[in-house]
Design a binder for this molecule. Sequence first.
Ligand SMILES: C[S@@+](CC[C@H](N)C(=O)[O-])C[C@H]1O[C@@H](n2cnc3c(N)ncnc32)[C@H](O)[C@@H]1O
Length: 411
Amino acid sequence: MSTTEIEPASPASKRPSGWADPIREIRRFFRPSREGWKSFRNRKLADRAFHRSSAKFWLTRPFARRSSRRLFDLVAGFVYSQVLAAAVELNVFQHLSRGPRALADIAAATGLKPEAAERLLRALAALDLVEIDDSEDEIAYGLGPLGAALVANPGIEAMIRHHRDVYQDLSDPVALLKGTAAPTRLSKLWPYAAAPGGTPPEDADVAAYTDLMAASQDFVAEEVLGSYDVSWARRILDLGGGDGRFLRKVAEHHPEAELHLMDLPAVAEIAAKRIRDTRFGRRIHVHSGDFFNDPYPEGRFDLITLVRILHDHDDAEAVKLLTRARESLEPGGVVMVAEPMAGVGDSAPVADVYFGFYLLAMGRGRPRTPDEIGRLMNAAGLTRAREVPTALPLATSIVVAEIPRRNVIFT
Ligand SMILES: C[S@@+](CC[C@H](N)C(=O)[O-])C[C@H]1O[C@@H](n2cnc3c(N)ncnc32)[C@H](O)[C@@H]1O
């Protein structure tokens, strides 16, 4: 397991000054020229004559085209998403997963007129979701590379359907940022967000959010278990474990461990039912309770996991949760935080853009960098916070921290 250690934050005032900190001095030395370069670049990028000439010149043409394309993608992103939403709603990808089809067949299956079906299919082809084969007399439409990937991951379709609500909430992003937006759909879907540490109201659609999380959990669990070896842990507690899908994956990988899940009563009830019907019914113990206020399951744990939990909560709550987790660890035990994190590899769009605004609409929480999570873990009395690299930071990143093996008294 390769890891990157996270230092506890040291206040800027305590940092060494002058040449005692050579990296800082070198940065300072280059800063003026870096800033000069940036302002030169931005002046050029704002200059239309420069754009025209760089698009014409063969050496600069690829860069000019790429930056125009990136900007256009940002401008048109909503339209792309809506094309995708239409295809999912009309089950186009499921239909094409059985093999390429003629236009008339797709029109009949989707209930669209042939002209509308063709418009949709051409848009999907431009987005690499569909491929058009015109080598025969009759044109055939099949799955494109992104369409095939989408069919292989049912969680993505569930997410796209869910975006109907998300995009409604984001229809006035400025009101969201100013805090003047009307109550959002997401705050109703995620009722615990509206009542931090509290229990969802009786009428909350708990099954809907539990299913939504479960749909993408296999993907996350495979990433976590493929990156961090849990086989050393004999007792594992998954806090906010949803319907238990993560622990079922752990149980498959690790037949010896005793597994416990804790979630709010309405979710724990769903988890208990779903786990009971599997071969892991006896190995996974489900506990109903509020992880901020109720006692944790009895006994100490070697590993406590928080999968897609911490980013739902503000810093003070996150430290409280991590502290409570630390208090339930065996000496040498580990707390693991697994969720998409900011500043890791190419995860910026998923963490800072997607979750940044998703959580804003939900009403609390924020995406954090591994360093920020490490600092919260340190504040909770955990030590040796370190990042465990994952193959797909877009799905999840991991930070683990532990309590020392012996002789530590927390006051
Ligand atoms: C974003 S979901 C993540 C579920 C699961 N870990 C996963 O990755 O699929 C957050 C989970 O935390 C649970 N949760 C939220 N607040 C809680 C609380 N105060 N006590 C116990 N569970 C809570 C929710 O019910 C939900 O199952």
